[in-house]
Design a protein around this ligand. Structure first.
Ligand code: NAD
Length: 457
């Protein structure tokens, strides 16, 4: 019989909710509680309409909720009654003061540390789940040990590598689970206690351990490498468009080299999501603060290339549509930053919609899951139409821009859509997911990414 563990997670977001649901499901003898300062979020976790959309999440939560998975707003009680505390609060980019626009904003993180200190009455293992600058654990340890209450706190780093839209699969079958700790007796003991949780379902060889600073840094570097691949292929897409090469053919040829690999080599309108941009900027800031200017410049280019790609896409639209978009109805298919999520944080669609509005186009937005967030993201812009049905959204428009790789867009009746649009009708495929030849034969002028356009003039 495995020992019962009382586990708390502070932060009921895209990471905290699904991660704890998986732990509760795989460790029935553990009691898992998730708390948040946002009572609405907690109420949603306790309802039939979860606060985030993630395939498979509803089933997972309904299986465990009320059995050994609980969502609560009582943070103090949660801290008092649990031995292991995962911290999964948001760590956005700072918008003020020193490091503004670059460094991680650690105010939520620090507030959590102080809450843990204030309400703890027994020893705790505090697990960093949030993505943090390297050496944050040191700050956590200093705060937790700042009073003489004789309570032992061990800080462990266990960064999360899940990808939204695929989170349940990633949590169930992770490439690796990384656990970093101090390499003294207590640190190693705490590391093992966390490893024991994952050992319920993750094969031993996929649970890797390291020093705590390596663990913190590995998460930032992982995201930087992923984003770098996207920016690399996007840079090549620009060259393809100038040289009549086809980026899909190039990426296939390059990706078949097993040293390079085929994943994350799809050119597109740019990466989004809450993590890539903020984590790279965080890495850049870290490098600059260590005097490593060249290293910082190198990684900063990944973000600059992404900004360039988004603007390039907009300029392709503008150029193709006779250098004026004023008064034209333009339909965006997809607003989420990727398929299978409703998350729009840092979605390229936000940038494109805003730039189109600046050009005085009338923007129609369609998305199966993200319209609620889109309305919030663009609340300051008048006259945007939000229409879930992709057919109705395109009605009367002069152009469609595909911004999210939702599968549904591949299977639509393009003839029907074409017939109901203004002519000449354009498609700008920012994800290269449509059948371009077919769309062209129907009558569309088609502008993919990194391939020659197919036009009727
Ligand atoms: N979203 C991802 O795909 C992903 C993947 C891996 C790692 N991460 C990292 O995980 C962390 C969390 O990301 P997320 O996407 O879940 O963020 P999120 O914004 O969805 O969730 C964070 C939650 O923490 C809550 N919170 C903030 N301060 C709090 C406090 N003092 N007490 C209690 N609750 C508090 C917020 O109300 C919010 O609900 C970030 O550091 C992120 O970089 C995210």
């Amino acid at each position: 019989m495995k020992a019962r563990k009382n586990i708390l997670c502070i932060g009921a977001g895209y990471v905290g909710g699904p991660t704890m649901a998986m732990i509760a499901s795989k460790c029935p003898e553990c009691r898992v509680t998730v708390v948040d300062i946002d009572p609405e979020r907690i109420a949603a976790w306790n309802s039939n309409e979860l606060p985030i959309y993630e395939p498979g999440l509803d089933d997972l939560v309904s299986k465990c909720r009320g059995r050994n998975l609980f969502f609560s707003s009582d943070i103090a009680d949660g801290i008092r009654n649990n031995d292991i505390i995962f911290v999964s609060v948001n760590t956005p980019t700072k918008t003020f003061g020193l490091g503004r626009g670059m460094a991680a904003d650690l105010q939520y993180w620090e507030k959590t540390a102080r809450q843990i200190l204030a309400f703890s009455e027994s020893p705790k293992i505090v697990v960093e789940k949030s993505t943090l600058p390297v050496k944050t654990a040191l700050a956590m340890e200093r705060i937790l040990n700042s009073t003489k209450n004789n309570i032992r706190f061990d800080v462990v780093s266990n960064p999360e590598f899940l990808a939204e839209g695929n989170a349940i699969h990633d949590l169930e079958s992770p490439d690796r689970v990384l656990i970093g700790s101090r390499e003294d007796e207590n640190g190693l003991k705490a590391r093992q206690i966390i490893a024991d949780i994952y050992l319920h379902w993750v094969p031993k060889e996929r649970i890797i351990t390291s020093g705590i600073w390596s663990s913190e840094l590995s998460k930032l570097v992982s995201n930087a490498f992923l984003a770098q691949r996207i920016s690399s292929i996007n840079a090549i897409s620009a060259l393809c468009e100038k040289t009549e090469a086809d980026v899909v053919e190039v990426s296939r040829a390059v990706g078949m080299d097993h040293r390079i690999g085929a994943k994350f080599l799809n050119a597109g309108v740019g990466f989004g999501g809450s993590c890539f941009r903020k984590d790279i900027l965080n890495l850049v800031y870290l490098c600059r603060s260590q005097g490593l200017e060249e290293v910082a410049d190198y990684w900063e280019m990944v973000v600059k290339m992404n900004d360039y790609q988004k603007e390039r896409f907009l300029q392709t639209m503008l150029g193709a549509m006779f250098n004026t978009l004023a008064g034209k109805h333009i339909c965006l298919w997809g607003f989420a930053f990727k398929a299978d999520t409703g998350d729009t944080r840092e979605s390229p669609a936000i940038y494109i919609a805003r730039r189109l509005a600046e050009e005085k186009a009338v923007v129609h937005i369609s998305d199966p899951q993200a319209l609620k967030n889109a309305r919030k993201d663009l609340a300051d812009i008048d006259d945007i139409r939000y229409i879930e049905d992709p057919y109705r959204a395109a009605d009367g428009c002069e152009a469609i821009a595909v911004l999210t790789d939702w599968d549904i867009y591949r299977r639509l009746d393009f003839k029907k859509i074409f017939n109901r649009m203004e002519k000449p009708a354009f498609i700008f495929d920012g994800r290269n997911i449509l059948d371009h030849k077919l769309c062209f034969q129907i009558g569309f002028n088609v502008y993919p990414i990194g391939k020659p356009p197919l036009t009727h003039f």
